[in-house]
Design a protein around this ligand. Sequence first.
Ligand code: ADP
Ligand code: MG
Length: 240
Amino acid sequence: MISMTGVNKHFGALHVLQDIDLEIPRGQVVIVVGPSGSGKSTLCRTINRLETIDSGEIRVDGTPLPAEGRALARLRSDVGMVFQSFNLFAHKTILENVMLGPVKVRRIKKDNARETAMQLLDRVGIANQADKYPAQLSGGQQQRVAIARALAMNPKVMLFDEPTSALDPEMVQEVLDVMTSLAKEGMTMVVVTHEMGFARKAGDRVLFMADGRIVEDTDPDTFFTSPKSDRAKDFLGKIL
Ligand code: ADP
Ligand code: MG
């Protein structure tokens, strides 16, 4: 579903992604961990072309990433992304936030978009908040709306970049529960998170990044119980 071959990316002198080769099959849930600044966010952002790359190739479902125009808009809706900050439109209701993409980008009729949006809000457990505005919801609820909004585009892949790290502790689990059910339903997911419980329960694979490279690529239990590299041991020593 996602294929990266020889991908390199610099920010000025900083070589932020170094020779990344990565194949992610359909339905796999990939957890990305690593120290701050190791390139995790940049890796995610290249997959829906929020960042360009300097060399190499990225394909999503077999198609090389388009450079611009309608093809790029289509790619962005095929690859849903959920960030640490929820980025909801403050002046639109929860329902309108979820309907907007399908109506504007997918050109779905409003009635159909509303029906789908309500189903998705129900799925993330907040259908009863549909007519409220983002500021009236808790952080955990807003993040669940952000997930529903990404799902409304019927994506092939979902990218999550530290989706729970801005949340109060008591709201983390409700968001992880939504992500776990999505994983069980077979969504292809790339999740940057240090939530080890989620990684072990929902993850098929862990990538450990350091200095722009994938240093370890293994299953969650192996990674968290017996990491191979000194970098990973050192990192786990700090977060556990
Ligand atoms: P992580 O998500 O693992 O913390 P990032 O991918 O955000 O790491 O960043 C990797 C490195 O690239 C960091 O050193 C960061 O400061 C730098 N970086 C990220 N985005 C930019 C940017 N737009 N311009 C310049 N440097 C950046
Ligand atoms: Mg990051």
